[in-house]
Design a protein around this ligand. Structure first.
Ligand SMILES: [Fe+2]
Ligand SMILES: [Fe+2]
Length: 156
């Protein structure tokens, strides 16, 4: 079934959600918690869809909507991760939460700026940069959650 061009009941073109196309991301490191790892893969896949979209044809309205959907997903992921850290008694929980808040603030500021300026080159640069920030956060900070959990299960 061809979903990418599906129209909604109002006749307007619907924005495809990345996983509908069966996309996955394999170059995000797993931290060993299935629910969180799955969230990371989905977020990165979503980023890349945004990037492809903005490179292909920069429709500022479509892009802003897709970016907004992405930000909502990012917020839900961070809330889930915050709860998980608390549940396992993660010792760097407060600091990690601050990092989530900063990433959210940056992502929201970028959206406001992109809508205001409506510049394709900047939209590509910002989307690429955000993907880098997200992978860096996962590789550097989320990875430590997995290590903390492993040390609790298999203390040295
Ligand atoms: Fe995460
Ligand atoms: Fe995180």
């Amino acid at each position: 079934m061809k979903r990418a061009k599906a129209n909604d009941s109002t006749g307007s073109q619907r924005i495809p959600v990345p996983e509908e196309a069966g996309e996955t991301s394999s170059d995000v490191p797993d931290i060993g918690v299935a629910e969180i790892d799955d969230g990371h893969h989905r977020l990165i896949t979503h980023y890349r869809t945004l990037l492809r979209m903005v490179k292909r044809d920069h429709d500022p309205h479509k892009f802003a909507l897709m970016y907004h959907i992405f930000i909502q997903r990012m917020r839900r992921h961070f809330e889930r991760e915050d709860r998980f850290m608390e549940e396992i008694g993660y010792d760097d929980c407060d600091h990690h939460r601050l990092l989530h808040r900063k990433l959210m603030r940056d992502a929201e500021d970028f959206l406001v700026d992109l809508v205001r300026r409506n510049d394709k080159a900047e939209a590509v640069a910002v989307t690429t940069y955000l993907e880098h920030c997200m992978i860096n956060h996962t590789t550097t900070h989320d990875r430590k959650i997995g290590e903390f959990l492993a040390s609790r299960v298999w203390p040295t």
